[in-house]
Ligand binder design. Structure first.
Ligand SMILES: O=C(O)C(=O)Cc1ccccc1
Length: 287
């Protein structure tokens, strides 16, 4: 079995893959759309990509690509704790505070805003495709005064020094990753305990009807269906046009979720199931 992940080696996504699918062949891709394309083109059986971080919110490219470009079903979810460290090339370990630029994934930079503001005020931060891509870049440019924000595995993998550990602004820093397949896929091969089931639906509202979102939410509320997330994203058809991604606690073949969906359709909403899947949790991440 093959799984595509946001690479290169030693990203947080890689750590999640190692925990979730230790016996699979894990293949790194440089971007999230590349990972989804790999599944669509049947180069891999699965893709595992980040979708939401507790400090920074949704990974929009994942949601948007799934909704607008490529409808692959979500077949699983995994949550992992995230610890961010400041890495430098060993050549600069004594004078790490003199760095002139800091590289990382945009979410990692956002997770360390307070640290960056207090320690590196005025120093530019530049986005890379992943935290490990930033670490690898440092290794390839040993003379430049640069730092990367990444995990301890990236420090080991790319021979870098941890100049300052745990620089994320809040302790509860977790990321959710989703697992995508081309068709149905049952996750059996994992040692991680299953925490429950979720169903994710995409809902579009009938245009210009007052109270439409209220009616949508009440279809779930009176059935006592617990929603764990609701996110609005632009439809990309004009200002003010949004769709909603709603995560419901529970499995699709329960009577209640099909009932709620039928009620939404009767209200004139568009409803599409993006997946009904088990979710798992890693208790302890990389240090
Ligand atoms: O860049 C990485 O290492 C990723 O896997 C994406 C990411 C970035 C920041 C927090 C969690 C995941």
């Amino acid at each position: 079995m093959k799984v595509a992940f946001l690479g290169p080696k030693a990203t947080f996504t890689d750590l999640a893959v190692r925990e979730m699918f230790p016996s699979f062949e894990a293949i790194p891709y440089m971007t999230i759309p590349d990972c989804l394309d790999a599944v669509m083109e049947e180069k891999t059986d699965l893709a595992l990509v980040p979708v939401e971080n507790a400090l920074e919110g949704s990974v929009n490219i994942t949601l948007d690509y799934l909704v607008h470009e490529m409808k692959l079903p979500i077949v699983g979810e995994i949550t992992a704790p995230i610890k961010q460290h400041l890495l430098v090339h060993p050549n600069h370990k004594e004078n790490w505070e003199d760095v002139e630029i800091i590289y990382s994934h945009s979410h990692a930079i956002a997770q360390c805003h307070k640290f960056l503001h207090s320690t590196f005020k005025g120093i530019p931060c530049e986005n890379m495709t992943s935290t490990a891509a930033a670490a690898k870049y440092l290794l390839e440019h040993p003379d430049n005064k640069m730092a990367a924000i990444a995990n301890d595995l990236a420090a080991k993998e790319y021979g870098l020094t941890i100049a300052k550990s745990n620089i994320h602004d809040f302790n509860f820093n977790h990321t959710r990753f989703i697992i995508l397949a081309k068709d149905t896929f049952e996750i059996t091969d994992t040692h991680l305990p299953q925490k429950g089931y979720k169903t994710t639906v995409m809902v579009t509202l009938p245009s210009d009807r007052s109270g439409a979102l209220h009616q949508v939410l009440s279809a779930f509320a009176w059935r006592k269906l617990n929603l764990s997330k609701i996110e609005s994203r632009p439809m990309k058809t004009g200002l003010g046009n949004y769709f909603f991604i709603i995560d419901i606690e529970g499995q699709m073949d329960d009577v209640l979720i099909p009932g709620a969906m039928a009620e939404l359709e009767a209200l004139g909403c568009g409803v599409e199931v993006l997946g009904s899947y088990p979710y798992f949790q890693i208790e302890k991440g990389s240090e």
